[in-house]
Design a protein around this ligand. Structure first.
Ligand SMILES: NC(=O)c1ccc[n+]([C@@H]2O[C@H](COP(=O)([O-])OP(=O)(O)OC[C@H]3O[C@@H](n4cnc5c(N)ncnc54)[C@H](O)[C@@H]3O)[C@@H](O)[C@H]2O)c1
Length: 348
């Protein structure tokens, strides 16, 4: 029998992406953004720094990253924004990024993490066999998987370590524990000729769909953005020619969608696909751009119903976690009493 576990996963209700949102909760938040020296990451950093957040950028591009953070410090009169050189494929480099970010954060905490760093298709192309005149193929280079999937897993593992160090999010919305993942439409559909990219972004989707079922137990809200092609430096000029006429999305729509996730601390476990701006009728049919019948939209919610009908295993697992969580209160209390009784100070 299928079970509905929306409530016990703490997933928030469907989004109204046309509703205005308040960015005041971003004030004094510290936000770590990987790949923040360019493209979307840079857009997020600029927007959130202008809302009063401190942004800490980890990127492999030192020249762009340093120059951007200098500009941001001046623009917002906040000297706390930081650039920290980081190669997301290197575990120790990410460990150092998070530790240094916490040390440099004005309140010594990390409130939000964005796993954004990414590259397009690089390294071995699985659909282009090499060395056919030899006895064996060359060792493959999984460059895109290393950055866009392994790098993301490192970021998430470190976020799961640092975010729970924050005081639990309170009703007065002070600290936050938010992890934003950046997938792609290539998380959802095949991306011909970009197999590593598709594998990595499908992996990010799987990560999101599974993690959001249980991240509530550490008070962490996890959300996902999956943009279509957008005009950032990642899309090289050849790609732009190839995409001509298809209709690229707007970079600023991705920044706004990410800002909604970042600012509205009630949003948990939701995913948006971002595409070109379109007008649709009530049945989802495309209207001409000059139609007065509908407003332009660029974002669509997906995988919102995952927990409405799950199989018994997931349901039981989440219920067990709930029970452990509830019991932890008593265990914690008992542990405190034992420690108090046997502590050298009470024993005199
Ligand atoms: N632009 C698009 O059309 C598009 C569409 C869907 C998803 N995305 C995703 O959005 C994210 C941001 O991409 P973008 O379009 O802003 O590209 P971008 O090239 O403008 O920015 C990517 C940033 O990541 C950094 N980076 C790359 N490798 C790194 C590494 N090993 N360690 C640390 N930093 C590294 C780069 O230096 C750069 O600053 C990526 O995850 C990308 O896959 C982009």
């Amino acid at each position: 029998m299928s079970k509905n576990i929306v409530g016990i996963t703490r997933q928030s209700p469907p989004l109204d992406t046309t509703a205005p949102f308040d960015t005041s909760s971003l004030q004094e938040k510290t936000i770590v953004i990987t790949g923040g020296a360019s493209g979307f990451g840079k857009g997020f950093a600029k927007r959130w720094a202008n809302c009063g957040a401190t942004v800490i950028i980890g990127d492999i591009d030192t020249t762009q990253g340093k120059a951007f953070v200098e500009e941001l410090r001046k623009e917002t009169a906040n000297p706390s924004h930081q650039f920290i050189r980081c190669n997301v494929t290197d575990w120790q480099s990410q460990v150092d990024l998070f530790r240094t970010a916490a040390e440099l954060s004005p309140h010594r905490r990390i409130d939000q993490v964005v796993a954004n760093a990414g590259v397009q298709e690089l390294g071995t192309k699985l659909d282009q066999p090499q060395n056919l005149d030899k006895d064996e193929p060359p060792k493959p280079q999984w460059t895109t998987v290393d950055v866009n999937l392994i790098g993301v897993l490192y970021t998430v593992h470190l976020a799961m370590f640092w975010l729970p160090k924050n005081p639990a999010p309170a009703s007065d919305a002070q600290p936050d524990r938010h992890l934003l993942l950046i997938g792609s439409v290539a998380s959802l559909i095949p991306f011909a000729g970009h197999i590593q990219y598709s594998i990595a972004k499908h992996g990010v989707l799987g990560l999101f769909r599974s993690l959001r079922a249980t991240s509530w137990k550490d008070g962490i809200r996890v959300n996902l953005l999956m943009p279509y092609f957008m005009d950032t430096p990642m899309i090289h000029p050849g790609g732009k020619v190839f995409l001509a006429g298809i209709g690229m999305g707007k970079h600023e729509d991705v920044v706004e969608a990410a800002s909604r996730f970042a600012a509205d601390v009630s949003i948990r476990g939701r995913a948006l696909v971002l595409g070109p701006r379109v007008k649709l009728d009530d049945d989802g049919h495309l209207l001409p751009p000059d139609s007065q019948e509908a407003e332009e939209i660029s974002s669509f919610e997906v995988f919102g119903h995952d927990f409405e009908e799950v199989e018994a295993f997931t349901s039981r697992y989440v219920k067990i976690l709930n029970a452990v969580e509830a019991a932890r209160g008593y265990i914690g209390w008992a542990g405190d009493i034992v420690k108090a009784i046997f502590s050298p100070f009470t024993r005199g």
